[in-house]
Write a protein that binds this ligand. Structure first.
Ligand SMILES: [Zn+2]
Length: 320
């Protein structure tokens, strides 16, 4: 049965090759870029807009997961039809229009993480919104791919009128000179970067206590482990709620499917696992709509239980 099906397929592709050789009447040049990534959806009276910043195909080493071997990681990638030893890290920020305020949760990479990312300003423009129109920016944590979009590569502020709200424990950790003096390698770079981004913003930066409502209907949730003050968010509007998971789950084929894996970019692996399991179980049990910064665009959908882990059921494109 398999070989018959396969032969039929091969014959069909031979026919297609013949057809392609016929003279073309409407040749169009091949496109070299995608259209900006903008996807709008509703939650109660709020309008949400997923803004795609890009993707980084990140090579991963054998030590990428502290408690799983490289072969298991490659199997998980293969199950998602992805090549081995490379992790796609997609970046999608979420804009919340409450009807009275524009609130942006995280800011994209500012083109400073990978050449294939940094498109958030284009996406925002395509959505018809000027950066100066953003009222509030809420930051989940201080990793560069979430905060670098606050500035251009040359250091100018992008969102000139926005108040910027950050988790108090995140600020306390990354802005502490003693902590910085003990850091090495990549983590040391993150300390330097946090100072570059926030250093001269002064009163434009407000700090919230995780658990606080940070904007109308947007409540922060402590979800520590990825970083010491990492936050997720719940958004509530007119009897509807959704969960913004930030970086508690990143690539869903790895970390929803195998939520107990501890990747090296979670600073406290065990604490991150606890946060991840709590949010995944809440999303699955309550059948909540979820968004997460590193899910494949449009980075929203639902979480279903699967085996001893979970899976993302992606949202389907639909008109408003
Ligand atoms: Zn991230």
């Amino acid at each position: 049965m398999t070989s018959l099906t396969r032969r039929a397929l091969l014959q069909a592709s031979a026919l297609a090759a013949t057809t392609a050789a016929l003279p073309a009447h409407a040749a169009a040049p091949l496109a070299t870029t995608q259209a900006p990534g903008v996807y709008r959806y509703r939650l109660g009276d709020y309008q949400l807009t997923a803004l795609y910043d890009g993707v980084w195909q990140s090579p991963i080493g054998d030590d990428f997961i502290r408690n799983a071997d490289a072969a298991a990681v490659d199997d998980a990638l293969a199950a998602a039809f992805l090549p081995p030893r490379v992790l796609p890290i997609s970046f999608t920020a979420l804009l919340v229009n409450t009807g009275a305020k524009l609130v942006l949760i995280d800011t994209g990479t500012g083109g400073q993480t990978a050449d294939s990312a940094g498109a958030l300003p284009d996406a925002l423009r395509a959505a018809g919104i000027a950066p100066a129109a953003i009222d509030t920016i809420v930051i989940s944590h201080f990793h560069p791919d979430h905060i670098d979009g606050l500035r251009s590569k040359t250091g100018e502020r992008i969102f000139t009128n926005a108040e910027i709200l950050v988790p108090e424990p995140e600020w306390a950790f990354w802005m502490d000179d003693g902590n910085q003096s003990r850091a090495t390698g990549t983590v040391f770079r993150y300390f330097r970067n946090a100072r570059r981004i926030f250093g001269d913003l002064g009163s434009a930066v407000g700090r919230f206590t995780p658990g606080d409502e940070v904007a109308p209907g947007i409540v922060s949730i402590p979800a520590y482990g990825h970083t010491p003050g990492h936050c997720a968010f719940a958004i509530h509007s007119t009897g509807r709620s959704m969960l913004v998971m930030s970086d508690t789950v990143r690539n869903p084929y790895l970390f929803a499917r195998y939520p107990r894996w501890q990747p090296i970019f979670d600073m406290d692996g065990a604490q991150a696992v606890a946060s991840r399991l709590t949010l995944l179980e809440r999303a699955a049990a309550d059948r909540m709509l979820v968004a997460a910064y590193h899910f494949p665009f449009p980075a929203c959908g639902h979480i279903a239980r699967r085996g001893d882990g979970y899976e993302l059921v992606p949202a389907e494109w639909r008109p408003l």
